[in-house]
Ligand binder design. Structure first.
Ligand code: GAP
Length: 454
């Protein structure tokens, strides 16, 4: 964990937010390579969920929405985590997670009193994460919605606008719009990528649990009787999509929810083996017709579907897949982090699949004080960059140091322009994983790299 966090910061993947002002809990910034990695993962998700599917369309709904949406969805009342405060040092802990760590089950769906009882029964095994104390306040449920003062010109904030706590509510409230403008037939899905905000009690574990994060969610609308068969198809589809990113199947597992919310038909998490153990990467849930029914009641409008063939009217059931971009970035970093021996030295490298690597190839002039080499290398660099945007120029330090740096950011290929290049238009292409080099004519380079990242 420490090695990944330190590499992520040193090499420009993830920085703690507001660091020069002492930081800001639960928020992170993505650096130059982090933003490329993130954007490759989002592009892959969009390709799988929208471009490769004739039955799914995209959406980009707003972060601010009418506050009634969060009432209708149940978030203003029920979207909370159990909290207790250490009486010694005032550190707040998330009680369900503290119980989970000692193997006791409790979750946020239980009543406050019930969780408090379980907490007190196990208090001798729970310690404050900061001071080690064991004297805690009673358990209270803490609502996770983040309030804003948008439009509150009287400063009483009696009806606050929230920053959205999940992106899918924007999908539900646009279901009719999308249906009408696209003339879709069931089953169909709506996919969206966007920021979400939660007042997490103890944001920890790096970018795993943040207060500001990004979600990639797809809501799939089905006939009631097809909900569970579509659910099984979606589970398989999402599992394979994650494997496609280069995650080893041994590091993934399904976890079925033990305690379903009353409306859910079934719910699974895809868990990844993070440095502390298996934990949730993505959720795949069968939600019945709860969401559209709740919004139909909340807004007083019909949100049903008319089946022209059978003449029936009904509220579609929904299955969803929901994953956090930050969690996926973390899983991909953890999966790619590799230490080995190369040329008698230990090295660290990120073994990204070329498709998701933030830099596909780096171009080096062998020496930066030889204008003829630099000019030739610039020509190769520009030609590649026109075709493949994620190409990097690197002339800093000796070639060995450049290899090490590129290994640490996971660049699959390093291309060196040397004196032979000036003679015969060939370059060396060094493979990240094996460290082996081959000579290649310049005209083959674009095809070679394009093929690797296809
Ligand atoms: N619409 C369903 C929903 O939001 P969720 O289990 O609360 O369900 C779905 O969240 C996914 O969003 C999680 O599997 C995780 O990947 C991501 N996620 C949730 N809370 C997060 C947080 N505080 N920080 C980072 N990612 C988070």
């Amino acid at each position: 964990m420490e090695k990944i966090i330190s590499l992520a910061k040193r090499r420009g993947f993830v920085y703690p937010s507001s660091e020069i002002y002492g930081g800001f809990s639960g928020v992170y910034d993505y650096g130059p390579f982090g933003v490329e990695l993130e954007s490759n993962l989002k592009a892959q998700w969009w390709r799988k969920m929208v471009y490769e599917r004739d039955d799914i369309v995209g959406l980009d709904s707003s972060i601010f929405m009418n506050p009634k949406i969060w009432e209708a969805s149940g978030h203003t009342k029920g979207f909370s985590d159990p909290l207790a405060e250490c009486k010694e040092c005032n550190t707040r802990i998330r009680v369900d997670k503290a119980l989970e760590e000692i193997g006791v089950f409790a979750d946020e769906k239980m009543e406050e009193k019930e969780i408090d009882k379980i907490f007190k029964e196990n208090i001798d095994k729970i310690k404050c994460i900061k001071c080690g104390g064991q004297d805690f306040t009673d358990v209270k449920k803490f609502n996770l919605l983040v309030k804003s003062n948008l439009g509150d010109f009287t400063n009483d904030n009696s009806d606050p606008a929230y920053l959205r706590g999940e992106t899918c509510q924007g999908i539900y409230v646009n279901y009719k719009n999308v249906l009408d403008s696209m003339h879709l037939k069931l089953p169909f899905g709506i996919a969206q990528i966007g920021k979400a905000f939660r007042n997490e009690i103890s944001p920890r574990q790096f970018i795993f649990r943040g207060r500001e994060f990004e979600q990639m969610e797809m809501q799939y609308f089905t006939r009631p009787e097809n909900e569970m068969s579509e659910f099984e198809k979606l589970r398989e589809y999402r599992w394979n999509a994650i494997l496609d990113l280069g995650i080893n199947e041994e590091n993934l597992r399904w976890k079925q929810h033990e305690n379903l919310v009353f409306y859910a038909k079934d719910a699974y998490d895809i868990e990844y083996k993070f440095p502390w153990g298996f934990d949730e990467l993505e959720g795949v849930h069968a939600r019945g017709n709860y969401d559209l029914t709740a919004h139909s009641k909340g807004c007083g409008k019909q949100l049903d579907y008319f089946d022209q063939e059978s003449g029936e009217r009904f509220i579609p059931h929904i299955i969803e897949s929901s994953t956090g971009v930050g969690r996926l970035v973390f899983a991909i970093l953890a999966e790619a982090y590799t230490e080995d021996e190369l040329g008698g030295n230990t090295r660290v490298y990120l073994k990204f699949k070329p498709q998701i690597a933030p830099v596909k190839a780096a171009v080096f002039p062998l020496m930066k004080n030889k204008p003829e080499l630099v000019e030739k290398a610039r020509g190769v660099y520009s030609a590649l960059k026109k075709e493949i945007p994620q190409i990097m120029w690197d002339d800093n330090g000796n070639v060995g140091k450049r290899y090490r740096r590129q290994d640490e950011i996971g660049t699959p290929y390093c291309i060196t322009i040397d004196f032979d290049t000036l003679e015969n238009d060939t370059v060396t292409v060094r493979d990240r994983d094996t460290g082996e080099q081959e000579r290649m004519v310049i005209t083959e380079l674009i095809g070679y790299i394009k093929n690797a990242i296809k």
